[in-house]
Design a protein around this ligand. Sequence first.
Ligand code: AMP
Length: 312
Amino acid sequence: MSLLVVGSVAFDAIETPFGKTDKIVGGAASYISLAASYFTQKTNLVGVVGEDFPVEFVQHLNNHGVNTEGLQVKQGEKSFFWSGKYHTDMNTRDTLITELNVLGDFDPIIPENYQNCEFLMLGNLTPKVQQTVIERLVKRPRLIVMDTMNFWMEIALDDLKETLKLVDVLAINDEEARILSGEYSLVKAAAKIQAMGPKFLIIKKGENGALLFSGKEVFFAPALPLEEVFDPTGAGDTFAGGFIGYLAKTGDISFENMKNAIIYGSAMASFCVERFGTERIIDLQQSELEERINQFKRLVRFNIGASLADGN
Ligand code: AMP
């Protein structure tokens, strides 16, 4: 089933305890669509870059089956640029630079043949732009998943709340869930956020895994314990791409199937963090993904038989 991905396509400069990069290609929509491409060949991307953006990367996306007809290229302008630094604790990072450039006045134009998509993934962007995308779709997709960040909670909370009313799934990290809800308990936070609109809430906890909430139901997926996390940039977006890509492949949007989608998202994210930027997820083998899913299964499988009361 077809998937529409909207988000930043950008340059990033990253510093981690393991090294430092100059400007490399990043952006939420780059990670999301690459990750989704391992599940569905019907991914359509909407975004904007400047004339400085490398055509080779756009070709990589096309080779992955991602349609980039909706990627606007602004002549004479520069691409979005973000720079971040991670410390020893890779769960937190400092944003050093955010240069909006072309993203500053981004008007998300949806090409005619992107209409009637069944799945929509709204990457982290101004809530107003996210809302505009939904309004410009002639038919509401079956499932709308949205990412956002604390930055928008601070400067555009009212717009964010309006957009939240229109989406089915919100994917944010634990710190953002606490800020948005004003609750420290993630269970209470989940209830409050669901009352704002999304029927499903995914709370990402970095190396501590992810939680999926819907009504009274909750599911937990661990992150794969890795010997070395090299660069966590894009892990959240890669997770989201794997999640929605799997749902688009299977066409099943039940809570039960979302559990599987969360495991696939976590597996994709576990690859992303192994190298800088999109390096690791750009040419992943299907067999590597399958092996990682098996690792996840082994990680959480246990066999408790009779209850304690039955034993002696
Ligand atoms: P993640 O590590 O999954 O949260 O996403 C990292 C990606 O988000 C980077 O590649 C950045 O280019 C992109 N990014 C960072 N800040 C913003 C922003 N304010 N708007 C859109 N994209 C952003």
